[in-house]
Ligand binder design. Structure first.
Ligand code: NDP
Length: 324
């Protein structure tokens, strides 16, 4: 019988269990995918901890790459034998094999390995919508991205640089500053010893940046607003340090008629035509060598708890893949 990592209660990494699971024949509209690689994402820790509540017991994970083994009635998007990847599934990607809606599957180009596919879908599609849709980065823009040596961060740095931006990133250590700079970050601010808002003002000659991509949440929210130029856009897209407390919107007026958005990949990729267009653009920049996928570490799927420990302890670099 196949195995999957599941949770029966919320809590620390110790709640992850290696359970045997039954995988029935796919229903109409579904495909059964044999996973070759599973993506680890920060959002998985929010589901595990209870920050984002889910009905229990539950599977975990929303991203994987593998091969279609069977399809249900009416499936036209994929066929048996196709190499595919996905990033916006219901929870349950931490498994050896599963059924998912065929409409969320994206064909994986031959040039992209299963490990790369599992590493890049969630974080790369997020980078795509952040840089190309939420705020469309233009040559000459200066942008600020937090956690610049992380999974999303290393992709955003490279892609923004390829778009002609000046990339300012924050990181917690010297080592991570080197990683960020090796991935296109022009100015890596070590925020554990420098005030990043002051440094952003210095770097931009006092002007501030037109956009901040903030995935840290509680610890950085207010200082991120202070980095923006008038009419700038605050993109709060994650909570690695905890959820942002309620905000007095008057602060947006006082700090320069700022805009604020809290986007999710699930909204941006909800329509299949958007998902395919986003994936095509992502695979293009990867194939062109503009964005290199940094798989910093791999773990056996059954050791997902260790992967969560390392991710939350900020020990990971770039993307992390779990191997069934
Ligand atoms: P990362 O690889 O970026 O890991 C998180 C990083 O956040 C850490 O390495 C650390 O970098 C930094 N960090 C800052 N404060 C803390 C803290 N208190 N605890 C732990 N880490 C902290 O993860 P991902 O690339 O998987 O995800 C990045 C962010 O993007 C997450 O917040 C995630 O939820 C969000 N996201 C949002 C999506 C959306 O559509 N809204 C989709 C995908 C991801 P450092 O040591 O340099 O500070």
């Amino acid at each position: 019988m196949p195995h999957a990592i599941r949770i029966h209660r919320t809590g620390g990494p110790e709640v992850l269990q290696w359970d045997s699971v039954e995988v029935p024949q796919p229903n109409a509209g579904e495909a059964r995918v044999r996973h070759h690689a599973v993506g680890l994402n920060y959002i998985d820790t929010y589901h595990r901890s209870g920050l984002y509540p889910v009905p229990l017991p539950s599977g975990l994970g929303q991203e994987a790459a593998g091969v279609v083994e069977a399809v249900g009635a009416g499936v036209t998007e994929v066929k048996v034998g196709d190499r595919v990847a996905y990033a916006t599934s219901p929870l349950g990607a931490y498994t050896e094999v599963r059924n998912v809606a065929a409409s969320i599957l994206v064909p994986l180009p031959d040039a992209i390995s299963f490990e790369q596919g599992a590493a890049v879908m969630m974080q790369g599609l997020t980078a795509q919508y952040l840089l190309r849709r939420t705020y469309r980065v233009q040559p000459g823009d200066a942008i600020l991205i937090h956690a610049a040596a992380g999974g999303v961060g290393t992709i955003v740095c490279q892609w923004a640089k390829a778009l002609g931006a000046t990339v300012i990133g924050t990181v917690s250590s010297e080592h991570k500053a080197d990683i960020a700079c090796a991935h296109g970050c022009d100015h890596a601010i070590i925020y554990t010893r420098e005030n990043f808002a002051e440094r952003v003002r210095e770097i931009t000659g006092g002007a501030g940046v037109p956009v901040v991509y903030d995935s840290i949440g509680k610890d950085t929210f207010m200082d991120s607003l202070a980095c923006l130029r008038p009419l700038g856009l605050m993109v709060s897209f994650g909570n690695a340090s905890g959820a942002v407390p309620p905000v007095d919107i008057g602060v947006l007026a006082r700090m320069g008629s700022l805009y604020l958005t809290r986007p999710t990949l699930f909204t941006y990729a909800a329509k299949r035509e958007d998902l395919l267009a986003m994936a095509a653009e992502l695979f293009d920049v990867v194939a062109a060598g503009k964005v290199k996928i940094e798989i910093g570490q791999c773990y056996p799927l059954r050791d997902a708890a260790q992967a969560h420990i390392d991710l939350e302890a900020r020990r990971t670099i770039g993307s992390t893949v779990l191997l069934p």
